[in-house]
Design a protein around this ligand. Structure first.
Ligand code: SAH
Length: 268
């Protein structure tokens, strides 16, 4: 059963915590994990062959490579060392789960490469003093980044426009029992006003520009990290954009080039 709130976003009640359609106040079923704390694994039947029991060593080697590339935020690196990326990709791809590569997750979408995820989370955290409050993620995909965000933020609102992926993320995240992750099925283009203002907004899909609604829903002192097209032609490359909302106004910084799936309107 789904509920529809006033903005037309369909909410799936019951996982991971009941999200009341009329209010944003949610009582977590259990306290949020502290950064880097590894959630208890309830069952093991999803552990993929080929990575299996030694996945921790493979993951630590991925983290070591990220550190060598210049990633320096120990809290983000610790989170990336805790969340098992191989659980978020198809069985046929588990052997590539800890390589620095994007991988297909179905419906023409991809899980971003660990280096880019790490970089964006670092940028997001640099905008705050320590642990982030409420964060909005546009593009849940398979739920991997949402799991990482759950270790770095107080509350995570993650919205996905493709029902198949919204459901996949729900299945992927179930075993982690993350009480502070709220999965929403809907178009993230207008943001998600019910959870605003956000200390952070992070987009995993790139559009022509950052929708004004996202900036409006950012708290003063908050930071937005999103890929956007670098030019107007359809072949235009994307860059990472960082937007800080300060008491003096909005400040925008253009970072390095990136490659993300397109931000699209509507649900499917
Ligand atoms: N963070 C994800 C990456 C998923 S790829 C992960 O860890 O797997 C980006 C996702 O953004 C895709 O699933 C795509 O369907 C979704 N997306 C694109 N436009 C969107 C929109 N307007 N609202 C919500 N999700 C959107």
């Amino acid at each position: 059963m789904t509920q529809r709130n006033l903005t037309g976003v369909k909410l799936r009640p019951g996982f991971p915590a009941r999200l009341d359609a009329r209010t944003t106040s949610v009582t977590p079923a259990r306290p949020a994990l502290s950064p880097g704390q590894v959630p208890a694994c309830r069952h093991t039947e999803n552990v993929a062959h080929g990575v299996g029991l030694d996945s921790s060593a493979v993951r630590q080697s991925m983290v070591a490579k990220l550190a060598q590339q210049g990633m320096a935020d120990a809290t983000v690196l610790q989170a990336m060392g805790s969340i098992e990326r191989h659980r978020f990709v198809d069985t046929a791809l588990v052997n590539q789960a800890y390589e620095d590569t994007s991988l297909p997750i179905g419906l023409g979408q991809t899980i971003s490469k660990p280096g880019v995820v790490c970089r964006m989370l670092e940028l997001l955290r640099q905008g705050s003093n320590g642990r982030l409050g409420r964060v909005l993620e546009i593009g849940t995909g398979c739920g991997y980044q949402a799991a990482l965000l759950s270790l770095l933020c107080q509350e995570v609102y993650s919205i996905e426009r493709l029902r198949g992926l919204h459901e996949k993320a729900r299945d992927n995240l179930r075993y982690l029992r993350l009480a502070n992750v709220h999965l929403l099925f809907g178009d993230g283009m207008p943001g998600y006003a019910k959870g605003a203002p956000y200390a952070g907004i992070i987009a995993a899909a790139g559009g022509e520009a950052v929708p004004q609604a996202w900036i409006d829903q950012l708290a003063v002192g908050g930071r937005l990290v999103a890929p956007v097209s670098a030019g107007s032609s359809s072949a235009a490359k994307q860059v990472l954009l960082v937007i800080d909302k300060t008491p003096q106004g909005v400040r925008q910084s253009v970072m390095e080039g990136v490659f993300f799936v397109p931000l699209k309107s509507g649900i499917a």
